[in-house]
Design a protein around this ligand. Structure first.
Ligand code: SF4
Length: 609
């Protein structure tokens, strides 16, 4: 039987997983073909890159189901992954010298296997490098180093970074004296389900296979290569292609982290996982087991058997759908979402009322128990009155390209390619078509941002009052700020728009500071303005739109932000007919986003009648 690195990571989630996978005897005895392995690896890489492109709104339980999107279009995203691997390989050669083996296709990469107890553990490595003294194993990830940069530890009052760079490589520091905060950060690196630990666990599984394969030859080093979140592309091209030399601050686009020590510490956990894995494979016990963080609910790595193990949990108003839920505390014990399920609290109404202390949770519970809608008319009225007209309803569509494409961008900069604007001159006075303006780029490789900025500042004039309104305005404000740095000649107008920014969520959900300033007391300024059971704890536009309008995204060709960015990323590969069709679909989608805001405001006004 062959167990790949991805199998290992999945089969060790829990005792039940291998049994639900129904590993048959023929699979136990078969070997994996290179093609099968390639498909599996590519699917994992695709999921990884897509998760970086999409903001997961875990709090609100909103997430695009990427597993349904693995099709021809999403595979176009793989080109970016391959480009990252090529950039990483050239960085590796500059850093280590020697010879490297890597490929655009996994089956050309170096592979390793290790036979134990009738199981062949196998892995391919992204980059295999060998020089006079060492073998270097480099795992390339389409993520950035931000999470590692942000890790610091303290000794007394002094703060130190967990990793420091020396000769192009980041190394894990050792504290000069015992430090609790250092130990805590190491535990983060050792959490295989955490943001910082998951990539290292992946590398540590490779180490388990490779160390056993080689037994003892040369020294083997283990590295992660990731994108540098600080790298700023200067717009330089050669022969029509972007070139990524060191930036003005001396940053490389790829950074390498040495993970020898931490992957070594991981080996005892991997060994324990391997023993559990072999036991569960041979027992194949598919009776229910306790759910836990290994299920990775609402993450891109969510276990595919969630529908089975969470079958008693309703799809709406689950016990963990309390607004911004983290945990409940009762009798000194904390209950997170997994604890609630393990204890048999499946729906919102199952949670003992006496556990609920948060006022918004109490409102939510009352609405659930009494099947009613909560409306704080005074606050909604005050919120609506605080908006100044004209209201410029604005929505950007962005492509957070892993590799920066245009001057001034970093890896995963939310690069704007479209906006829709609806202008509401007076309350309710806005025509769906006549008062709508859409900018949409015609190419995904040509920099058309200045054209977009020109149109934006021409259409939005808040110099004599009025405001820019968006759902989650911090996103729109963030983009406007970035554009004002890249195009300083428009800074004055862009800053005015930025300063006028208001959030639709302030009217329907809440904004404590705003309502305090409008004279509301502590209770009222910290509780929601509106709640309906249909929201299931979320204020996303997908949830609020059907409450106030008959509008739906189901009949649109582009139905969400991921589909929008994937469409756009294919522009330059389309025929003129395809491009035309795609641009029409994107125009309709973005226009719907801002029209939805106009309609929700109308719906809120109607509540007051
Ligand atoms: S959903 Fe959770 S409990 Fe069920 S198989 Fe997956 S990891 Fe195990």
């Amino acid at each position: 039987m062959a167990i790949t690195k991805t199998d290992f990571i999945n089969y060790t989630r829990c005792r039940r997983y291998p049994a639900l996978e129904n590993i048959r005897q023929d699979k136990l005895e078969s070997n994996l073909t290179v093609e099968e392995y390639l498909k599996e690896e590519n699917n994992e890489k695709l999921k990884e890159i897509m998760s970086m492109l999409v903001e997961t709104d875990e709090e609100n339980g909103e997430e695009t189901d990427l597993t349904k999107k693995v099709d021809k279009q999403l595979n176009a995203m793989m080109d970016y992954y391959k480009e990252i691997e090529i950039l990483a390989a050239s960085q590796v050669e500059r850093t280590f010298g020697g010879k490297s083996i890597y490929s655009k296709d996994t089956f050309m990469q170096e592979s390793f296997d290790y036979d134990l107890n009738g199981i062949k553990y196998m892995c391919y490595v992204d980059i295999y490098n060998e020089n006079k003294d060492d073998i270097n194993i480099i795992e390339v990830k389409a993520t950035t180093n931000r999470k590692y940069n942000e890790l610091n530890y303290k000794i007394g009052e002094e703060t130190f970074p967990l990793f420091t760079q020396k000769d192009n490589i980041f190394y894990l520091n050792k504290p000069s004296e015992p430090s609790d905060s250092y130990d805590k950060k190491i535990l983060k690196l050792l959490n295989r389900y955490g943001d910082e630990g998951k990539y290292i666990y992946d590398l540590a599984v490779q180490r388990f296979i490779i160390d056993n394969y080689y037994k003892k030859q040369k020294k083997i080093n283990y590295y992660l290569a990731v994108l540098n979140s600080e790298y700023v592309y200067n717009g330089e091209t050669e022969n029509g292609k972007n070139v990524y030399k060191k930036d003005e601050n001396g940053n490389d686009i790829i950074v390498i982290y040495e993970m020898n020590e931490i992957t070594k510490i991981y080996q005892k956990y991997i060994e324990a996982d391997r023993e559990k894995l072999e036991k569960s494979i041979f027992e194949l016990d598919n009776s229910p087991c306790r759910v836990s963080k290994s299920c990775e609910l609402k993450k891109r790595t969510e276990c595919k058997f969630k529908p089975i193990c969470f079958s008693k949990v309703p799809s709406k108003n689950a016990s963990y759908n309390y607004k911004r839920f983290i945990s409940f505390k009762a009798n000194g014990i904390k209950y997170d979402k997994y604890d609630l399920i393990n204890e048999g609290y499946y729906s919102l109404g199952d949670v003992p009322k006496e556990w609920i202390t948060n006022n918004n949770h109490l409102i939510q519970r009352e609405c659930y128990d009494e099947n009613k809608v909560y409306i704080n008319k005074e606050k909604i009225k005050a919120g609506l009155n605080s908006l100044s007209y004209p209201i410029y309803h604005l929505d950007f569509e962005t492509f957070p390209c892993p590799i920066p494409r245009f001057r001034g961008e970093k890896p995963y900069t939310q690069s704007c390619f479209e906006f829709s604007l609806h202008i509401e001159k007076e309350p309710g006075k806005c025509d769906k078509d006549k008062d709508n303006y859409v900018f949409l780029a015609t190419s995904n490789t040509e920099d058309q941002r200045e054209e977009m900025v020109k149109m934006l500042v021409e259409k939005i004039d808040v110099s004599n009052g009025g405001c820019m309104l968006a759902q989650n305005v911090s996103f729109e404000k963030g983009r406007i700020k970035e554009l004002s740095i890249i195009f300083p000649e428009y800074k004055k107008q862009l800053t005015q728009i930025y300063n006028s920014g208001r959030d639709l969520l302030e009217i329907i959900d809440n904004n404590k500071e705003l309502y305090k300033s409008l004279g509301f007391d502590e209770y009222n300024s910290s509780t929601v303005n509106y709640y309906n059971n249909e929201q299931s704890g979320s204020y996303s536009i997908k949830k609020t739109l059907p409450l106030f309008t008959n509008l739906t995204y189901h009949d649109l060709e582009v139905q969400n932000g991921v589909e929008a960015l994937v469409e756009y990323s294919m522009f330059d590969k389309m025929t003129p007919e395809e491009l035309n069709k795609s641009r029409n679909a994107l125009t309709e989608y973005c226009k719907q986003d801002t029209w939805a805001m106009v309609e929700i405001l109308r719906g809120l006004r109607n509540l007051l009648k």
